[in-house]
Design a protein around this ligand. Sequence first.
Ligand SMILES: O=C(O)CCC(=O)C(=O)O
Ligand SMILES: [Fe+2]
Length: 316
Amino acid sequence: MADSAIPTVDLSPFFTDGDEDGKKKAKEVIRQACSDYGFFQVVNHGVPLALMNRAMDLSKTFFAFPDEEKLKCAPPASDAPVPGGYNKQPERSPDKNEYVLMFPPGSSFNVFPTNPPEFQKILEEMFTYFTNTAQLMEIILSDCLGLSPNFLKEYNEDRSWDLMAAMHYFAATDTENTGVSEHEDLNLISFVFQDEIGGLEVQKDGQWIPVPPIQDTLIVNVSDVIQVLSNNRFKSATHRVVRTKGRNRHSFAFFYNLQGDKWVEPLAQFTTEIGEPPKYRGFVYKDYLALRKRNLTHPPSKREDFINITHYSIST
Ligand SMILES: O=C(O)CCC(=O)C(=O)O
Ligand SMILES: [Fe+2]
């Protein structure tokens, strides 16, 4: 079955001392999944399940409020890299969703709903746990790439651009069902926690594979920066969200990110040191972010003209 093809990895060996064999086996599955798909799921990932369920319930409560209530935490004018707070996709966008976006707890860019009252605290807790799991994941991915386990951590220690979105997708209509159009995430590593409705799909060999909702799992997605650093060893997965008729969908997406001034280019370990040509020219991360934002503010008329990471590809 196509949908069972997304591997699920148990991360518990990484939370207990001594299970070297368990760690090795998990890393082997992750390494393979990252080069085949850029997508896998994890269980026993360290994020408390009661917290995840509570966050999902509160998010459903928030998004069921009238616009007037939700707009109380609309983004104020600020120099944030992306607007924190409540956002709804513009009418002209094919993506029919709304979301609350946050930076790390304590960030001056954050604007939180005050209703339901517990929502802010629970969002902040989710963010902290997601960050811890992402820090574990960056050690695992560094290792899987044959780099020193601290490589990615040392490459970017600045956590101030990390993001989390609580998302709500409207039910599909008779004529359209796009939740999020096909894309690759631009950051380092993404996590998705989806509700029981499903709709997330990942592309492999030109086919769309549904990622079925499995309770208590997190979906892990390798993103563009890892693909560039690894000179395509690991894939940044193309994915999308398809909406369901008659059912609203909720999810959380966490984006473990780079600080905007970071320089991104294929690492020497995957190019000069092994005599392979780089597949990308280098760029400043925030310049790429600005181009991707332009896709949304000034959408090109043809899908193929949307900027993605191939903008920096070196043709061979
Ligand atoms: O809601 C989801 O399942 C995924 C959302 C997503 O891919 C994104 O926001 O980049
Ligand atoms: Fe995404």
